[in-house]
Design a protein around this ligand. Structure first.
Ligand code: 6PG
Length: 247
């Protein structure tokens, strides 16, 4: 696994650079394969990046994109807490992405586990086998979680599933979730973490300079075997790091 860490002076610079990096990664994947498969992250940090990507819409052939979610809250699609709902509002609505290329988690199922099973089946069909995303976007929680892999949860130990349901973690909102597992995350060609703000400084130092166990800090075990991880962070989140940008 190749790891890059890049620090930007402000959240605005981070969002702008992250939009450039994501568009470039997707454009390269489209050039290689004719199509690019991306999984978007939930949470609030990516919003500024999504807005910047939307402002640069002309720089990407969106019709060649397949859009998934790296995790989802088990709520109705129109619920303001829905990650896909937010991605639609902030980024996707109005872009020339064929509706068949949008792959939200089906949260109309009877249970989060059924939604996870259906999403996993959808991934296997969409990829013609185990998913190998061109790009997965992720955030970092203050407790070290990423996607909906929470510290101490059983989902961290799953090796035979690509998507699972998880009970409400400590993260608000306290709803069940559907999340990619390490077998899915670590098969990606590229993973981009977006981390911003002073509150993330302590956990980011642990992840990047501590070598914590997966159980305590799930984000630290996102390590694509043949891919690369790009940590795009702002100065506040990087404030406790010994090393700054670089590999
Ligand atoms: C979610 C996200 C979650 C998020 C982190 C960071 O469903 O909320 O998937 O993993 O990425 O909690 O969230 P912020 O970017 O809002 O700090």
């Amino acid at each position: 696994m190749e790891r890059w860490v890049k620090v930007f002076g402000s959240p605005e610079e981070l969002a702008s650079a992250a939009a450039d990096a994501v568009i470039e990664l997707l454009r390269a994947a489209i050039e290689r394969n004719g199509v690019a498969s991306v999984a978007l992250s939930g949470g609030s940090t990516p919003e500024a990046t999504y807005k910047q990507m939307r402002a640069r819409a002309s720089e990407l052939d969106w019709s060649r994109l397949r859009v998934f979610m790296s995790d989802e809250r088990f709520v109705e699609p129109d619920d303001p807490r829905s990650n896909f709902g937010k991605a639609k509002r902030v980024l996707l609505d109005g872009l020339p992405i064929p509706v068949d290329n949008l792959f939200p988690v089906d949260t109309s199922c009877a249970s989060a586990e059924e939604a996870a099973l259906r999403y996993e089946a959808l991934l296997l069909e969409a990829f013609g086998g185990p998913p190998d995303f061109d790009l997965i976007l992720l955030g970092l929680g203050e407790d070290g979680h990423t996607a909906s892999l929470f510290p101490g949860s059983a989902s961290i130990h799953v090796v035979d599933r690509f998507v699972v349901a998880t009970p409400p973690g400590t993260l608000q909102p306290p709803v069940e979730r559907v999340t990619f597992t390490y077998p899915c995350l670590n098969a990606a060609q590229a993973v981009v973490f977006l981390v911003s703000g002073e509150k993330k400084a302590k956990v980011l130092q642990m992840v990047l300079e501590g070598d914590p166990p997966c159980e305590a800090c799930p984000a630290a075990c996102v390590a694509p075997e043949s891919g690369r991880v790009l940590w795009l962070i702002d100065a506040q989140a990087a404030s406790l790091l010994r090393a700054r940008s670089g590999r």
